[in-house]
Design a binder for this molecule. Structure first.
Ligand SMILES: Nc1nc2c(ncn2[C@@H]2O[C@H](COP(=O)(O)O[C@H]3[C@@H](O)[C@H](n4cnc5c(=O)[nH]c(N)nc54)O[C@@H]3COP(=O)(O)O)[C@@H](O)[C@H]2O)c(=O)[nH]1
Length: 837
């Protein structure tokens, strides 16, 4: 039906507004197609396209329609997706004029920000809406009214004037209806404000969210407990969206159960029912979200299968919709969930989802940040391998317990425990097994002590126990023995049975120390003593021991200085062929002339130097000195004489050892075959592979190796048969009792026989008597060394000895030996008889 031109004009000026603004570009994509007819020509216009072209910068689209009843008007705003939106209209002062529901949006826009410029620049006389293939002519006047505000908000009002049935109806209406329409038109300017408000509301959320984020970050920075921070977040959400009940749930360490949560607005009975629940598919919205790691939208908990298990329970809460998002950490771990509950069944809008995700992200930051801080704090005080308190934490506790004991006039103690030969365990079985040994030792120690005693790890294979209260020193000795015994039991690790032991040093307050630092020093000294006395023991600190350690420290310092000041020198002791009487070698022995103490015996300074890196420098200097001297003597005529030099364990383990030997030989011009290195049996067992390699390299070089003090160490056939060395030196303790002591006789003859079997030469050391020499000679011991032939001498003395005394003295000795021969032979025979019997 066609209207008169006047009516069209009148209506086009006055009536009906359908507005468009805001929502999202997504919504725009879903807009309808229209066919517009303008000035007699039809044009297909895509609604979204139109807006895109003409109103770029809009947040979205809101279409509005007007329904007129007999005597009142209502507005029905809808997005292009068809969702009914709540709306609000403000008056010029920014106060709420209309609201589709009460009080939820606290919005106030200063009206000077809304300066709508209304232009009626598009007008169509005819529009045909294309629906399901059926075209129905409608007479519509249409106008887009762009709006802009000084704050930069953009929007538009789409004014459509329906000139078909409804318009006709209007036309037929009385003046009353016309006035009603007029009344509406007066609202246009405020209506524009309402459209702007839509835009503002998003912005307001963003601002509020930004504020919440700042508050949360500030609370995190000031060290507020996580629960408090999460509560702030939940309260922010509930303040921003007052129809929402917000709940945050966190997972336990296993990541499978809800352990903790912040849900102040959920009824207590419901909150309690969630705590401890195992996550899984179909376990409510949150259990499912945490399990599937995905957003779960349940628009009605009373009908959704995920809630079937607790439907009655949730019904009592009055809540209907529950949307849940997993909170995921930066390394992709599910930390918990955040849920939004509503009292009516509903689904989220796109804007709400975005809001939801932002909040979830914020929860993630808070939880992760707190966990990170907790981890850092834990790392600062606990050992990662054993989980035990570390040195720092132990020291703090030690101080606390010392203070308590001081106040109570009581006794407390500190024990430091070191796993014996831990390096060998590591080298033999590998580091993971070594780690397990430490963990197992820690576990066993913890089982031996009381609850308020503290077991901690100081580092490496060193553990400590702080005993809070002990009755006396004896009690602590008993506990320490128990601990040593527990560690000594075999450990079954990785399918292997590993035998280990520990050394323990103990000090007590107030008996041995007046504060925690002193306790540490003294327990350490006691531990040192335990190690010195052969390991696998427990030592309680005592003053005498302390003195020894101090003396050791002073000597160590002085030895280091002595090296620089050239206080060390060498003496040489001849080695004689027992059959021919020829000089076969010279053992170089170190001497130290201390500026205050005078001659310090090597038995004293070598063990001290061996426990510190100074032995490397000292050993190298002495070796160079010995080689230089030997080269000189060889050039002077002692062509077949070898120089034997003692090598300390640290020197031998030095990866550059063989290289250094090579260099020294080259630099001193000594043939490698003129050098013999003396190592001890104990050095062989430390690291078989390394020892084998080093010996092989020395062999290849042409330098021989002698096992010193043979018989006092492990004397393992395995080492003897597999390692490439050339000589055995029978320890002087066995020689000392020859030939009268049958044990010594048995040992010495066995060593000689074994050496013959293995094609090794033998030198007996410490020969002081002719009987000893004769016995050894008769039992086929090739070489001998001892005071019987010569004391160790410096280079000059040795040269004099060689020139003046050697032949005489030696032959004199031989003469005496001849007189003793019969007795020695009888002793030897006796022994053989005993053995065969
Ligand atoms: N790593 C190094 N160790 C060294 C070096 N120089 C010496 N040492 C070791 O110190 C230990 C003691 O040595 P020292 O006091 O020199 O004693 C040697 C001899 O004097 C002594 N000896 C020799 N003959 C007799 C004897 O008839 N009776 C007797 N009671 N003692 C005697 O024996 C020591 C030699 O021993 P050994 O080396 O085992 O052949 C000693 O263990 C030295 O090894 C050094 O430069 N580096």
């Amino acid at each position: 039906m066609r209207l008169s031109q006047d009516a069209k004009l009148l209506l086009s000026t006055l009536i009906v507004i359908v507005a468009a603004v805001a929502a999202s570009w997504v919504a725009l994509g879903k807009a309808r197609h229209f066919i517009l007819k303008k000035e007699g020509r039809y044009t297909a216009v895509h609604w979204a396209q139109y807006l895109e072209n003409n109103l770029r910068g809009l947040d979205g689209l809101l279409s509005a329609g007007l329904i007129t009843n007999e005597d009142r008007m209502t507005f029905d705003f809808a997005t292009a997706t068809g969702n009914v939106l709540n709306y609000q209209i403000l008056d010029e002062r920014g106060a709420v004029a209309f609201s589709s529901w009460s009080g939820d949006f606290r919005l106030s826009i200063p009206t000077d920000h809304v300066q709508a410029a209304i232009r009626n620049d598009k007008s169509y006389t005819e529009l045909i809406e294309y629906e399901g293939g059926e075209s129905r002519p409608r007479l519509v006047a249409e106008a887009y009214v762009p709006i802009e505000s000084t704050a930069g908000y953009k929007g538009a009002v789409n004014v459509k004037i329906d000139l078909t049935e409804r318009a006709v109806e209007l036309e037929r209406r009385s003046m009353f209806a016309f006035l009603g329409l007029l009344g509406f038109v007066t609202l246009i300017s405020t209506f524009c404000g309402a459209l702007v408000w839509r835009n503002i509301r998003n912005r307001q959320w963003a601002e509020d969210l930004q504020n919440s984020r700042s508050v949360v970050l500030e609370q995190l920075a000031t060290g507020m407990p996580l629960k408090q921070v999460l509560l702030t977040l939940v309260q922010s959400v509930e303040r921003l969206k007052p129809d929402t009940v917000c709940s945050i749930l966190l997972l336990d360490e296993s990541g499978t159960r809800f352990k903790d949560g912040v849900s102040p607005s959920l009824p207590e009975f419901f909150r309690n029912s969630i705590n401890g629940v195992q996550i899984g598919h179909g376990v409510g919205s949150c259990g499912t979200a945490a399990y599937t790691r995905e957003l779960v939208i349940v628009s009605d908990v009373l009908t959704h299968p995920y809630w079937a298990g607790i439907r009655d329970l949730v019904a009592r809460t009055g809540l209907r919709a529950c949307w849940s998002l997993p909170v995921i950490s930066s390394d992709d771990e599910v930390l918990g969930t955040i849920a939004l509950y509503y009292r009516e069944p509903r689904e989220p809008t796109d804007a709400e989802l975005e809001f939801f995700r932002t909040i979830s992200h914020l929860v993630g930051i808070a939880v992760e940040q707190r966990r990170f801080q907790a981890r850092i704090a834990h790392l600062a005080h606990y050992d990662t391998l054993t989980g035990l308190p570390n040195r720092r934490k132990l020291q703090a506790r030690l101080q606390q317990y010392v203070s308590e004991a001081r106040i109570a006039n009581g006794t407390m103690a500190l024990a430091i425990l070191d796993i014996d030969k831990f390096k060998t365990i590591n080298d033999t079985y590998g580091h993971p097994v070594g780690d397990s040994v430490i963990r197992e030792a820690a576990r066993r120690i913890a089982a031996c002590v009381r609850e308020d005693d503290i077991v901690g790890r100081l580092g490496g294979d060193e553990l400590a126990i702080v005993f809070r209260k002990v009755s006396d020193v004896r009690e602590i000795a008993e506990v320490s023995d128990r601990i040593a015994e527990a560690v000594r039991l075999p450990m079954y690790i990785d399918g292997k049975s590993i035998a280990t032991s520990s050394s323990i040093g103990v000090s007590c307050f107030p008996q041995h120390a007046s504060d925690s630092d002193e306790l540490f020093i003294k327990a350490d000294h006691a531990l040192y003593q335990a190690k010195q006395s052969g390991r696998a023991t427990c030592e309680i600190y005592d003053e005498e021991l302390h003195e020894l350690i101090r003396e050791k420290q002073i000597l160590e310092r002085d030895a280091a200085l002595g090296i620089q000041k050239d206080e060390f020198s060498l003496v040489y002791q001849p080695q004689i062929d027992l059959k021919s009487g020829a000089l076969i070698g010279l053992e170089a022995l170190a001497r130290w002339e201390h500026p205050v103490l005078g001659q310090v015996p090597p038995n004293k300074f070598i063990p001290i130097a061996e426990t510190s890196p100074i032995i490397i420098e000292l050993g190298e200097r002495l070796l160079r000195q010995a080689c230089t001297q030997a080269a000189r003597w060889r050039q002077g005529g002692l062509t077949n004489v070898k120089i034997a030099v003692n090598v300390a364990a640290r020197q031998f383990k030095d990866p550059l050892f063989v290289e250094k030997i090579k260099n020294i030989l080259e630099q001193t011009d000594l043939k490698p075959c003129a050098l013999e290195l003396e190592i001890t049996e104990t050095m062989l067992i430390d690291d078989f592979d390394v020892v084998e390699k080093t010996l092989g390299e020395l062999n290849a070089l042409g330098t021989s190796v002698s096992i010193d003090d043979f018989g006092t160490g492990y004397s393992s056939l395995l080492y003897l048969s597999k390692l490439p060395f050339q000589n055995l030196k029978i320890d002087r303790s066995f020689v000392h009792n020859l030939p009268s002591d049958s044990n010594s006789v048995a040992i010495v003859t066995s060593i000689i026989a074994m050496a013959r079997q293995l094609n090794l030469s033998v030198i007996a050391e410490g020969i002081e008597t002719c009987e000893q020499a004769e016995f050894l000679r008769m039992n086929e011991c090739v070489g001998g060394q001892g005071y019987l032939f010569a004391q160790p001498m410096d280079a000059l003395q040795l040269e004099t000895w060689l020139r003046d005394d050697f032949v005489n003295t030696f032959h004199g000795r031989l003469g005496a030996m001849n007189g003793q021969m019969e007795a020695a032979r009888v002793a030897s025979l006796k022994h053989s008889e005993l053995r065969s019997a």
